[in-house]
Design a protein around this ligand. Structure first.
Ligand code: SAM
Length: 238
């Protein structure tokens, strides 16, 4: 029986979630960034989202809560909800970040109601999904739980158009890394077209920004990743 990519990565995140005494963004896999670089990256990629203090925000694949913790520094009144499929890493978020945290898979957000959040985000998670079908399910769910007039942000998605370059780069940068698993830990690369098609079908506004266009010289993955911003029509006329 073949084990799905998503399942293989879940076991890896369970192990990573047990790390203690390191910054939250290191638990979340951004080991090569210092605290200042991390906050700077979060600020850059969320600027197009137009976040406002006090809004209700859901992060799918929140990990140890590093992204939400960084947003809370800038917007202390945000009402934060996080969801992750790894219990150990979620426990780290519960310990460290003020918010509501739920165990679950981001391809099924049925624990949340339609339009419950003003902003729904997911950062650096889509490459762990098993297939484009799973990615489309996650997008549809994220859009469903976002209210009319709200926005969805899916960041740090590996670009299918840049797959060869990404594999060459990862081979170089990961050659000295200690492997956390002997399983096949490949990534899902998603074509930008998938998001454009979904935006057309669901009647959403869409912007896609290559991660390289942000000022992130300290983040190698930016060379082959992109961020997607979807806007749900408010339904008001005029
Ligand atoms: C690279 S970390 C990013 C964490 C957080 N978004 C951040 O930016 O700090 C990826 C996270 O996505 C979670 N994840 C991956 N696939 C998931 C899925 N299908 N459902 C829920 N969580 C998932 C992993 O458990 C892990 O915590």
């Amino acid at each position: 029986m073949t084990v799905s990519r998503s399942k293989i990565w879940q076991e890896i995140w369970d192990k990573k979630g047990q790390k203690a005494d390191v910054p939250l963004h290191h638990v979340d896999g951004f080991d090569l960034l210092d605290a200042e670089q991390w906050d700077y990256m979060v600020g850059q990629v969320t600027r197009p989202l137009g976040l406002k203090d006090g809004e209700k925000i859901l992060e799918c694949g929140c990990g140890a809560g590093a992204f939400l913790a960084s947003l809370l520094k800038k917007f202390p009144e945000l009402k934060v909800t996080g969801l992750d499929y790894s219990q150990p890493i979620l426990a780290a978020a519960k310990r460290n970040v003020k918010g509501d945290f739920y165990h679950g898979d981001m391809t099924d957000l049925s624990i949340f109601s339609d339009g419950q959040f003003e902003k729904t985000i997911s950062y650096s998670t889509f490459h762990y999904l098993s297939s484009e079908g799973a990615a489309a399910r996650a997008v549809r769910e994220m859009v469903r739980v976002t209210r009319a007039g709200g926005s969805v942000f899916i960041g740090d998605v590996s670009d299918l158009a840049k797959r060869e370059m990404a594999l060459a780069l990862r081979k170089m940068t990961h050659q000295n890394h200690q492997r956390v698993s002997s399983a096949n830990t490949d990534h899902l690369f998603v074509p930008q077209e998938l998001f454009r098609q979904l935006a057309g079908e669901l009647k959403l506004g869409i912007d896609i920004i290559d991660q390289e266009s942000f000022d992130l010289p300290f983040y190698d993955n930016a060379k082959y990743r992109y961020s997607v911003y979807l806007r749900k029509n408010s339904g008001r006329k005029g």
